[in-house]
Design a protein around this ligand. Structure first.
Ligand code: PEP
Length: 253
């Protein structure tokens, strides 16, 4: 049975002190929350704060994950971080393919495919992001774009590897804009994605893969979005920077 997951992408926010503060606020919230949420929690601080965060949350229900990694194991890649380095500090899950990486750092499907392979070789779990731009949706090309992004980076994998894949549909026009896909738009795309995975790998894989929605999810709209049958949680940007908002979204399950 697939898992419900709420993951906070902190992006390039929070220095060490702010990271510690937010983590301690999250821990207090976790202690007081009603024991009803069926969602796994993840947070993705910046690279410089990953080690401290993973130490602080070692015994907690919140998993510390990375926002990115390089595909090479080591070598002359100034400024980059490898899967092995992440594993060595206790980080076993990585976000790959975020639209900001695609847009500002030229990460294309071919690069992402290499990153996916490197993460899996290191026994890491992947939160794989994809989603169409506004012009794709306006030209009704959104299903084609999403299909291409998934096929090009993930459809070379064996079925077994899909146990380590979490999908995150993030329409670019809804990220950080305050604009959210309607629950119907989200469900329509998530059902399309699940069918796409089923057509290649069969239902035992497609029914077990978690598909998260990301794009301006807030406490006020989380319940409605998460209530769709094919939406298994969220990747949260802005609202994950506030402990109360993040936990309210987690508790929307
Ligand atoms: C994101 O960056 O993955 C995201 C969904 O951001 P926001 O929630 O701020 O739209």
């Amino acid at each position: 049975m697939r898992k419900n997951i709420v993951a906070g992408n902190w992006k390039m926010n929070n220095d060490l002190a702010a990271t510690k503060t937010l983590i301690s606020e999250l821990e207090s919230q976790v202690k007081t929350r009603p024991d009803v949420s069926g969602a796994e929690m993840m947070i993705a601080p910046t690279f410089t704060n990953l080690m401290e965060a993973s130490k602080l949350l070692k015994e907690s229900d919140i998993e510390v994950i990375a926002q990115n990694m390089h595909f090479a194991e080591n070598g002359a890649y100034t400024g980059e971080i490898s899967a092995g380095m992440l594993k060595s500090i206790g980080v076993s899950t990585v976000i790959l393919g975020h639209s900001e990486r695609r847009e500002y750092f030229n990460e294309d499907d071919a690069i992402l495919k290499q990153k996916v392979d490197a993460a899996l070789e290191n026994n890491m779990r992947i939160v794989f992001c994809f989603g169409e731009k506004l012009e794709d949706r306006n030209s009704e090309n959104h299903f084609n774009v999403v299909e291409g992004q998934i096929k090009n980076a993930l459809f070379h994998l064996e079925a077994e590897s899909w146990k380590s894949i979490v999908l995150a549909y993030e329409p670019v026009w809804a990220i950080g804009t305050g604009e959210t896909a309607s629950p119907e738009q989200a469900q329509e795309m998530h059902a399309f994605i699940r069918n796409l995975v089923a057509s290649k790998y069969g239902e035992s894989v497609s029914e077990n893969v978690s598909i998260l929605y990301g794009g301006s999810v807030k406490p006020a709209n989380a319940k409605e979005i998460f209530s769709n049958p094919d939406v298994d949680g969220g990747l949260i940007g802005g609202a994950a920077l506030d402990a109360e908002s993040f936990m309210a979204i987690v508790n929307a399950f």
